[in-house]
Design a protein around this ligand. Structure first.
Ligand code: SAM
Length: 296
């Protein structure tokens, strides 16, 4: 039998399964077995997958804590004409995972770069959600604390797109409550353990989902939250108030009005009128959310 040919030198970004080991593509399996080395987040996690697929290629770690030290070694390998693969623990590298700076350096160094696409939790959740797939925005993980999370959500209020977030079980109920508070009772889906034995997609409005997980307790496993676009063309007054409450946590009245007007497309003077009404209701400029924390 002829020896397996070595791939063209360069960096190969290889997607791996998000749960079901059978989701590694045949092309990914071939490339991983033929590159000179595979860089991965956790060598033990990747070795399990490689063993299942009969791949014996050497591995080395590349994760957020050693990336700055390891990157020059990878660049040296590329310069020496090696074929190098990058994978993450699960799914597509660079998507909420390391690799972005390596790709930048690889492009700057003029090395060949290609991707072997495959599993990704966000896209899998999107297509299972039953929510519009024509326009979507992937927002990764939101801040863990409630006040910062509500602030981060302001910019999404007026966006006519389905939103995708990664989240952990212990934070899910509080995160859904903040989504409902800032974005209103939109249609949403919580997708859990995708491609695994206990795969589940729960579809309902944000407020109902928040109450469900508040009562049921933190779910096990990995989670993607999908939020549908606003039902109406126009951002509602209640959305403006929720956005203002979050913005006033950290900004002056003037800056909060400017930020909310920009995020929602509302006229500044109308947002200002809402802000005045809110601060009249709460003369100390204080609000309950400022004291809320969701850390377990
Ligand atoms: N690069 C990965 C991808 O392409 O999806 C994502 C890595 S990110 C560090 C890990 C997060 O992805 C998890 O916390 C969870 O929110 C989501 N995730 C990964 N696998 C999942 C699965 N099987 N089901 C649901 N969510 C998953």
């Amino acid at each position: 039998m002829a020896p397996a040919s070595k791939p063209t030198p360069g960096l190969y970004l290889v997607a791996t399964p998000i749960g079901n080991a059978g989701d590694l593509s045949q092309r990914a399996s071939t490339i991983l077995s033929r590159v000179d080395i595979i860089y991965c987040e956790d060598t033990r996690v990747t070795r399990k997958l490689l063993t299942l697929h009969g791949i014996a290629t050497a591995t080395a770690s590349y994760h957020e804590h050693n990336a700055a030290q390891v990157r020059p070694q990878i660049m040296a390998r590329l310069a020496a004409g090696e074929a190098v693969a990058l994978v993450s623990d699960a799914g597509t590298p660079l998507v909420s995972d390391p690799g972005y700076k390596l790709v930048q350096d690889c492009i700057a160094g003029g090395h060949a770069l290609t991707a072997l696409p495959g599993a990704n939790a966000a896209l899998t959740a999107l297509i299972l959600s039953g929510l519009p797939c024509d326009r979507f925005l992937f927002a990764g993980f939101l801040p863990p604390k409630s006040a910062a999370r509500r602030t981060a959500l302001i910019e999404f209020i007026g966006l006519r797109a389905t939103l995708l977030f990664y989240e952990s079980g212990p934070r899910l109920a509080a995160m859904l409550a903040d989504l409902a508070a800032v974005l209103g009772p939109r249609r949403a889906a919580v997708a859990r353990e995708l491609t695994k034995l206990f795969e589940e997609v729960r579809r309902d409005t944000l407020d109902v989902l928040a109450r469900h997980y508040e009562q049921a307790g933190p779910p096990k496993g990995e989670i993607v939250v999908v939020v549908g676009p606003p039902d109406t063309d126009r951002v509602e007054a209640a959305d403006i108030d929720a956005a203002l409450v979050a913005a006033l946590n950290r900004l002056s009245l003037r800056d909060a009005v400017a930020e909310v007007a920009a995020a929602t497309g509302w006229a500044r003077r109308d947002v200002y009128a809402h802000a005045l009404a809110l601060t009249r209701d709460d003369p100390a400029g204080d609000d309950d959310d400022a004291h809320q924390t969701d850390e377990p």
